[in-house]
Design a binder for this molecule. Sequence first.
Ligand code: ZN
Ligand code: ZN
Length: 387
Amino acid sequence: MKLVFLGTASCYPTAHRAVSCTALKFEDGLVWLFDCGEGSQIQVQKSSIRPSRISKIFITHLHGDHLFGLSGLICTLGNQVMDRKDFILEIFGPKGLRRYVREVLCLSRSPLPFPFRVHELIPMDDQLPRNWASWGVNQEATGPPHPQELSGRDIQAENGIWNLLEDDQVTVQAGRVKHRVPTFGFVITECTKPGKLNVDKLKEMGLKPGPICATIKKGETVTLPSGQVIRPSDVIGPPILGRKISILGDTYNSDQMLDLVRNSDVLVHEATLEDAMKEKAIENGHSTPGMAADYALRAEVRKLVLYHFSQRYKSEPSEEEKLQQEAGDTDPKKIEDDGTDDGTEEDKNVSYVSILLAEASAALECSDCLVTIAEDLMELDVPRIRL
Ligand SMILES: [Zn+2]
Ligand SMILES: [Zn+2]
């Protein structure tokens, strides 16, 4: 299981950093995408991900920097999955997403060689923005569906949790986080599997594969004709613990899903602005590294990954760029405009994402939680905890 960070910027894509899109790559090669900002399909092409392996897409909220790449990507997938029989593209996201996908694909008369369905998470009342009454939006998908559209589920919260998927491999649940529009975080939990049967030990006991072994594997104690008692713990290894990954959308407060996130192996959390700009960050519905670190500590996660950086923070310069700067040459990154989503004005001084990492590291210094900064196209293995 591997996370691939396809876009790590807030607001809008630039030549240096793409907007939100995070891929979760499974051992069998299948890929799920979390958010799909403008240009995500280009990032997919630059990465190790095969577009034809993308099977599910989850959208945290309907802001453009998390959504505007979705329709283009769906159309591109149409050229990639021709040979996949029984393929259905499953898309999950807030109420309104079904209408968005339907209208864009129908208005552009985009033919698709596979069916799709959009499952909507119905927000709770406390997720609606304060000005909802004065600027209401029609979120209902009332027009005729796309010829390839299958009906999706309307998923209501149960005790503040939206249950999206559950099979014998993995469950996916969503919780709500506070932002400027209804926004969700997704928690992916692998099922814990029973430990492996120690075949060598069974052989030592004179047992061959067969019904007795199957009974032991089911967790039952067996008494052999000789009177020897074999307990499952004698011959079965420790359980193989499933991994837990939490990917949160834009937020200035995620306390309402703290219990759901608790004990995650990896928490992917936004850090749009530095700690000195906390007030501005909160005003615009965002977090700082200190806020993300505080949340990671309270949620007792093992690893925090920061993403969704304001365009004011540049990647660290290469050695060549450093030499150019020392020689007084113009840094081309300096002349980029700043974002508007994060509410900051253009600043002539260049800041680097290392500031954000340093702030989160300082906040986590006395803890066991590790922290890293996501860069576009960075791949991160999610290791399994062994008992
Ligand atoms: Zn955003
Ligand atoms: Zn947003």
